[in-house]
Design a protein around this ligand. Structure first.
Ligand code: PLP
Length: 366
């Protein structure tokens, strides 16, 4: 048996006719950049996220960047986030001219530790970006409470959390804005690059809408210096089809996670995912932790089981962010996760036999 980390072909097969037809419709209407298919998706996605507004953009990275710009964040400001994220979260902060500031994460949930947040706030802090890592939401109540007390914006990096919930509320709907990625490998994946912002704040929504389209409320009337970050029509059409299935796909991921955890329980050398009471995760990634992770990764590969690491280097230790002068030891929990985390194969179409095979391979190596 060969178990891939992700199998996008299996999903394409399951919606082949429907999605091909949707793409054909975009071609027939030559609605390539923005346009009616994107607007239709925005309407549906806002509703799905229980938010008033959704704005489709060209990627998750642009979604975060444009939202920070819409919050008037720029040079001289500080934005707080976590070091164990995909670099895009931090790049988006840097691209506004603001300085990224990190707080370490909780050792059980791997998400922002609210207890460490307050001491990172300075007079320059303007916003906090909790990342809903692996599809499990950060502990939003205390984060929002602290942010409100200090008059900070809260931007939820929901790139890995389409449909995840916290105390019954959807990812992206709790803070001032939520930013999503529809990169093909995400739970709701486009057939190219795409992203979105959701918010209940009309001012943020209107500014992001203008910023993604050269700062123009109407054609050739430029109120702001904007950028070109529109969503493609084809991506809007594909996402409209796939949005109908996201809940059932997420449920399958949850079922797979439950099975993994059941089959792996009692293995002393492996730390399994921890799901706290208020969270309903969607398992974008099923993350386990162990010593000698790199040996395990290689041995599993020899057994045709393909895993990932999310992420092998904490952002403050990357070459790109060396100028922040944050040496190893600055964020011990995030660093330990980077050293020990292993992402097992996870996608909705994964079979019970494949899960069993992965678990057997793991046990064999142990
Ligand atoms: C994927 C991802 C992004 C960036 O999204 P793109 O669509 O790839 O630009 C941002 N943050 C997190 C946590 C991600 O996983």
């Amino acid at each position: 048996m060969n178990v891939p980390f992700l199998d996008l072909k299996a999903q394409y097969k399951s919606i082949y006719d429907e999605v091909n037809l949707a793409i054909q419709e975009v071609l027939d209407n030559t609605a390539y950049a923005g346009g009616p298919f994107v607007r239709e998706f925005e309407k549906n996605y806002a509703k799905y996220c229980d938010c008033k507004f959704a704005i489709g953009v060209s990627s998750g990275t642009s979604a975060i960047w444009l939202t920070l710009l819409a919050m008037s964040i720029g040079p001289g400001d500080e934005v707080i986030t976590v070091p164990n994220t995909f670099i895009a979260t931090v790049e988006a902060i840097s691209f506004t001219g603001a300085k990224p500031v990190f707080v370490d994460v909780d050792e059980k949930t791997y998400n922002m530790d609210p207890q460490k947040l307050e001491s990172a706030i300075t007079t320059k802090t303007k916003a906090v970006i909790p990342v809903h890592l692996y599809g499990q939401m950060a502990d939003m109540d205390p984060i929002i409470e602290i942010a409100r007390r200090h008059h900070l914006y809260v931007l939820e990096d929901s790139a890995q959390a389409q449909g995840a919930k916290y105390k019954g509320k959807k990812a992206g709907s709790l803070g001032d804005a939520g930013c999503f990625s529809f990169y093909p490998g995400k739970n709701l994946g486009a057939y190219g690059e795409a992203g979105a912002i959701v918010t209940n704040n009309r001012q943020i929504a209107e500014r992001v809408k203008m910023l993604r389209d050269h700062g123009q409320p109407q054609k050739y009337c430029h109120d702001y210096i904007g950028w070109n970050s529109r969503m493609d029509g084809i991506q809007g059409a594909v996402l409209n089809v796939k949005l109908k299935y996201i809940d059932q796909w997420n449920k399958k991921r949850r079922d797979h996670a439950t099975l993994y955890s059941r089959l792996l329980s009692g293995t002393d050398s492996i730390v399994l995912p921890f799901v706290p009471e208020p969270a309903e995760p969607i398992f974008h990634i099923y993350a386990i932790r162990m010593k000698n992770r790199d040996v395990m990764l290689e041995s599993l590969k020899e057994n045709q089981v393909h895993c990932g690491i999310h992420y092998p280097i904490s952002i403050h230790l990357t070459k790109a962010y060396q100028f922040l002068n944050l040496p190893r030891g600055s964020f011990p929990v995030a660093e330990q996760i980077a050293d020990e985390e292993l992402s097992l194969p996870m996608f909705p179409e994964l079979t019970i036999d494949q899960i069993q095979y992965v678990v057997n391979a793991l046990r064999k190596v142990i």
